[in-house]
Write a protein of this length. Structure first.
Length: 213
């Protein structure tokens, strides 16, 4: 029954993504338009706020996953390379571009507001261009950073990435990921979200260890 439910849900997920405003590459926005979209999303959803898990009657669900990887490089170097979101481009097939809207430091915390442009294969491998609005908060002195994102159709993620010095020039990167979406989209969101983060982890590990980053 569960397999049948997932099978039936797939076209519903695709239709939901198509009908809620995900744009095609032909309708790509300018950087100024993306900045305006980011501000609207921020003002409307305040997606950086972590609230209690949604109740079932809201039609939304929340799922948390932890993934980790060990990288053979010193913690300071791993942190600087890994926390630079521009280094994530090309590490998995979805992420195509990052547009930074603001970058400032306050009380030793660096804040970066940006929009990530992703091409997500939804139906028969046909990509849909998706805009993910995000704020990143980098705590370099404590070797961790947080990123909160929002994307249509009202999908929110909360991420806390912690860097641990294992000694002997090895660093463990642990990503705490919390996904929130409608009950129809939560499985799709978690599966694709975790897969893309794991691909990015593997790509960054290789690039850092071989000296590319």
């Amino acid at each position: 029954m569960k397999k049948m439910l997932r099978f039936l849900t797939a076209p519903v997920v695709a239709m939901a993504l198509l009908l809620t405003g995900l744009s095609t590459p032909a309708r790509a926005e300018t950087d100024a338009q993306l900045a305006a979209s980011w501000q609207l999303a921020w003002d409307t959803y305040r997606f950086y706020e972590i609230l209690t898990a949604p109740l079932p009657w809201t039609g939304r669900s929340q799922v948390t996953r932890d993934i980790a990887i060990d990288i053979n490089a010193p913690i300071a170097h791993v942190f600087d390379a890994y926390s630079n979101v521009n280094n994530h481009i090309g590490m998995h097939s979805f992420l195509k571009r990052v547009v930074t809207h603001a970058d400032w430091t306050e009380n030793d915390v660096r804040y970066i507001n940006f929009t990530a442009i992703e091409d997500i294969p939804v139906v028969a491998g046909i990509p849909i261009s998706s805009k993910t609005h995000a704020q990143q908060r980098i705590h370099r002195n404590a070797f961790y950073y947080e990123t909160d994102t929002w994307t249509l159709p009202n999908v929110v993620t909360h991420q806390k990435i912690i860097f641990t010095d294992l000694g002997n020039g090895t660093t463990r990167v642990t990503e705490h990921l919390t996904f929130e979406a409608s009950i129809l989209l939560i499985d799709f969101t978690v599966t694709n979200g975790v897969a893309s983060h794991q691909a990015t982890q593997a790509g960054l590990k290789t690039a850092i260890e071989n000296g590319t980053l």
